[in-house]
Design a protein around this ligand. Structure first.
Ligand code: ZN
Ligand code: FE
Length: 256
């Protein structure tokens, strides 16, 4: 039996932990402290760390964890990520013995060029690629790159649990309403997620089905979003990449 837990870290990060009551793996431990506290409280041994991309809020705990546990560090090729034991790229798969886990690696560049995501056991660990009702900022990649990454995620089963690295859902919903405010699934999600946050509970994991219904950044193939993009750009968007690019540009402007 596997248990999946999001551990809050910093202001709004989640460190995702999968464990079998004896051994644990952790995704993107930017801060070692909350992870070590959780592992101690549940008497778990950390066997592996999965890293999605090089940003410090995802990698900052690696050195301390390597001192404390004999854990493997799986990560994309990037000299800025310390102590990597297993370098991964899209198309790779990865096996862990304890807990017994198998993941497929998706290349998901866009937020950064090195960004990868991990798919296994019904979970998608997508780092800063998809957020609840949102997607990562394009710090290094192009809209075409991110649209292709999101297409790879859209091909996963609807029931996939979407495990994002930040709790940005309510603010993303506020933006989504400005471009998709008559979407009943979005309004229903807002009600449910506001209730969760009012109790200080995570809005995540969501499901891919919920993201497909409510997340404008995963709806760039749909007519509603194409119509929004045409209005935003003042011309018909030539294709889905431009629709995605218009939504991303509108969000960046809204963020200010
Ligand atoms: Zn990041
Ligand atoms: Fe981040």
């Amino acid at each position: 039996m596997l248990t999946l837990t999001p551990l809050p870290a910093f202001e709004d990060n989640y460190i995702w932990v999968l464990h079998d009551d004896r051994h644990a793996v952790a995704v993107d431990p930017g801060d070692p402290a909350p992870l070590i506290a959780f592992l101690d409280a549940h008497r778990l041994r950390l066997t592996a760390v999965l890293i999605t991309h090089h940003h410090r809020d995802h990698t900052g705990g690696i050195a301390r964890l390597r001192q404390r546990y004999d854990c493997a560090i799986h990560a994309p090729a990037n000299p800025r990520i310390p102590d990597v034991t297993h370098v991964l790229q899209g198309g790779d798969s990865l096996d862990i013995a304890e807990p017994e886990l198998h993941f497929e690696v998706l290349a998901t560049p866009g937020h950064t060029l090195d960004h990868i995501s991990y798919v296994g056991h019904g979970n998608l660990f997508c780092g800063d690629t998809v957020f609840g009702c949102g997607c990562g900022k394009l710090f290094e990649g192009s809209p075409a790159m991110m649209a292709a990454s999101l297409d790879a995620i859209l091909a996963l089963p609807d029931a996939t649990r979407v495990c994002c690295a930040h709790e940005y859902t309510l603010s993303n919903i506020d933006f989504a309403k400005t471009i998709d405010g008559s979407n009943p699934a979005l309004l229903e999600r807002e009600r449910a997620d506001r209730a969760l946050r009012a109790q200080d509970r995570p809005t995540l994991p969501s499901t891919l089905a919920l993201e497909k219904a409510t997340n404008p950044f995963l709806r760039f193939h749909e007519d509603d979003m194409r119509i929004f993009a045409a209005r935003y750009l003042n011309r018909p968007p030539p294709g889905p990449t431009e629709v995605f690019g218009a939504i991303r540009a509108a969000k960046d402007a809204w963020d200010g």
